[in-house]
Design a protein around this ligand. Structure first.
Ligand SMILES: [Zn+2]
Length: 474
């Protein structure tokens, strides 16, 4: 699977995040269904936007690109998007790009003019087959900036001759840099072979980017380039497309300061990917409360997580038997409906619907059976049947939620961190105590001062040293 990744000249916004997230969800779901998935997502690290932004800031393009590559991984990681198996960078594939361009020239599908190389669209009869655009539409689209030297207005750059201060690489056509479209063809074929199963990207890449990727790759290999194309629809803000001119970008970087990653994911998955998704001021707070409801349900189920499957005591079983049978049925229905929704072109909205419907049924079951359990002679224990079905409900719910990434064992992780912090602090205090006993004041003070830098304050008392975190970190 190949997914067109970010052009690293800025932070990515939640419209981009939707595309990256969907690629990850598709991978997770296919893995759940037993497929082995290799996901490749490129990083476009040389491009006009990068060159312009780097010039504005007075730094070189690789410094700028590296800053936003790092930011991409930091934010996507926080958002719970798993890294792809390979994240190829355009600047690390120049020789593959050059040899692909040479192949196209050899096949008369490209031509050079004064250091620039263009793709000859007329050479590929199927051009337009992905976007279903008519030749006259294609011409209208290309009219914006017609290069008089081109044979046809639709022809596009494969290799650009370098201007004075631009970064450049040597090539058979002189110093220059690759065009954007050829980068994806070269990297996709290098890492996934000549035909790939699934190619994903934002809807804005359908034309011309993906149309051009097909034209380049299929002429070069004579084979189909991608078996399935997935285009993730636009994210709108209050009914308007998110865009530079509207100044309505919402960067993931900023959204993560205010909202839990699970809430952002819930929002991004609340429409099937081919449908536009509208963001308004209440979208993320609604998603936040949905995630809270889900977490409450999972919290209530967690105590039953490890219930074993031992034979139910017949006398106790009778107590909750009817309700337990109903919940068991709900589990099966939920799993079935979840898969049907996801099998239907990854309908995440439908999948979320089945999860929340099921959470409601779990809550009802818990309310209905709690009193009965309390009345039971051994009030600390629910009946085996009740515990077993709740354990199963917990595991099933966690399973489907983890495919969508809307649930993380947050509390468990936080507990583990707190315990580790405690142990590490005890160790540090012990080392410092040893230093004090040796009258090694330098080491003792160093530990105190460095901890202070980490907002940890030590208090030496008669009974020993205590510590506390100051200034509200965490
Ligand atoms: Zn691409």
């Amino acid at each position: 699977m190949y997914s067109c990744g970010p052009t690293v000249y800025d932070y990515f916004h939640i419209g981009n995040a939707r595309t990256f997230l969907i690629s990850d969800i598709v991978r997770r779901y296919l893995e759940y269904k037993g497929y082995a998935v290799t996901l490749v997502q490129n990083l476009t690290d040389i491009d006009d936007k990068i060159i312009n932004r780097a010039n504005e800031r007075g730094i070189n393009t690789s410094q700028l690109a590296q800053k936003y590559v790092d930011a991409y991984f930091e934010d996507s990681n926080k958002l719970g998007i798993r890294a792809a198996d390979v994240h190829p960078r355009a600047t690390e594939h120049i020789s593959e790009i050059i040899s692909l361009i040479q192949t196209l020239i050899d096949k008369q599908a490209a031509y050079e003019i004064d250091g620039d190389v263009y793709y000859r669209v007329n050479h590929f009869a199927e051009y337009g087959k992905l976007s279903h655009r008519k030749p006259e539409d294609l011409l209208a689209g290309a009219r914006v900036k017609v290069d008089e030297r081109k044979e046809d207005a639709r022809d596009f750059d494969l290799w650009k001759k370098s201007k004075a201060s631009d970064p450049w690489w040597d090539s058979p056509w002189g110093k220059g840099r690759p065009g954007w479209h050829i980068e994806c063809s070269a990297m996709a074929m290098k890492h996934l072979g000549e035909t790939i199963d699934i190619h994903a990207g934002g809807h804005d890449l359908l034309f011309p980017h993906h149309e051009n990727e097909i034209a380049q790759s299929e002429v070069a290999t004579g084979k189909a380039f991608a078996r399935y194309w997935m285009h993730v629809a636009f994210l709108q803000v209050d009914g308007r497309r998110m865009g530079k001119s509207e100044r309505n970008f919402i960067f993931v970087h900023d959204a993560l300061q205010k909202y839990a990653p699970e809430a952002i994911r819930h929002f991004l998955l609340s429409a099937q990917y081919r449908h536009p998704l509208d963001y308004n001021p209440t979208s993320l707070s609604e998603s936040s409360s949905a995630i809270r409801r889900l977490n409450n349900c999972l919290d209530a189920l967690r105590p039953y997580r490890d219930a074993d499957g031992d034979t139910p005591d017949l006398e106790e079983e009778a107590l909750n038997d009817a309700e337990a049978a109903l919940l068991r049925q709900s589990i099966d229905t939920m799993r079935h409906d979840f898969e049907s929704a996801m099998d239907d072109d990854f309908n995440t909205a439908g999948a979320l619907g089945t999860i929340f419907k099921f959470a409601g049924e779990v809550n009802q079951f818990l309310a209905a059976t709690e009193d009965q359990s309390r009345l039971h002679r051994d009030s600390r224990q629910s009946s085996d049947e009740r515990r077993n079905v709740l354990s199963q409900a917990y595991k099933s719910l966690v399973k489907v939620c983890s495919i969508l990434g809307i649930y993380a064992e947050v509390e468990v992780a936080a507990d583990a961190h707190a315990a580790l912090t405690e142990q590490l602090m005890n160790l540090i205090l012990e080392v410092r105590q040893d230093a004090r006993q040796r009258e090694d004041w330098e080491t003792a003070d160093k530990i105190r001062n460095q901890l202070e830098q980490l907002n940890v304050e030590l208090q030496d008392g008669r009974t020993g040293t205590t510590w506390k975190i100051i200034k509200g970190v965490h």
